[in-house]
Design a protein around this ligand. Structure first.
Ligand code: SF4
Length: 195
């Protein structure tokens, strides 16, 4: 017996989907004009067009694949353009166990990214070495590069990874345009031996 075929012939009303448009930045509005500051506009654009570089070495990378899939769909946050060229990405996502031998490679990838750049440590291994408290495993990638957001879990579910992306979006949105040239930021990079 064949199954009845059903066609979706009714157009769905997107108002019920709970899809939000991007919020307008703070500013002054009058008849025919809207004025705000440059850093708010730049922050808004950057926040909604983050290009991730997935540095996946083990199981957490599989969760990231699910995060990119149609069910969770990271593209909803403007981050569907995953790149494997450090020079064209602004978010380094380290997912998985990082051996000490791999530490310099993570650092080199970070160095090849242009400013402004952000880093997420996804999962227990990238954040702290996880269960691998051994001589060969780096006990957290913050030993080699500065980390902006840590996502807990072994592995973190896609919801947790998305939550980490949202935390990064908050940082990106509210970051001052001058932060990267400030003494505090330079001091942070110098503490990692980065000029
Ligand atoms: S945190 Fe857990 S799931 Fe993620 S890479 Fe480490 S062992 Fe695998």
């Amino acid at each position: 017996m064949s199954r009845p075929v059903r066609f979706n012939i009714k157009a769905k009303d997107t108002k019920d989907w709970g899809i939000n448009t991007v919020q307008m930045p703070d500013g002054h509005m009058g008849e025919g004009f809207f004025a705000t500051s440059l850093d708010k506009v730049v922050g808004l654009a950057r926040k909604n067009s983050i290009w991730p570089l997935p540095f996946a070495t083990s199981c957490c990378g599989i969760e990231f694949m699910a995060t990119m899939g149609s069910h969770y769909d990271l593209g909803r946050f403007g981050s569907e353009r995953v790149g494997f060229s450090p020079r064209q990405c602004d978010l380094l996502m380290v997912m998985g166990t990082i051996a000490k031998k791999m530490g310099p490679v993570v650092k080199q990838v970070y160095l090849q990214m242009a400013e402004p750049r952000w880093v997420i440590a996804v999962g227990a291994c990238a954040s702290s070495g996880g269960i691998f408290d051994t001589y060969s495993v780096l006990q957290g990638i913050d030993q080699v590069v500065p980390v902006d957001v840590y996502v807990p879990g072994c592995p973190p579910r896609p919801e947790a990874i998305i939550d980490g992306i949202l935390r990064i979006q908050d940082l990106v949105h509210n970051e001052s345009l001058r932060r990267r040239s400030g003494d505090q930021y330079k001091g942070l990079l110098e503490s990692y031996g980065i000029q």
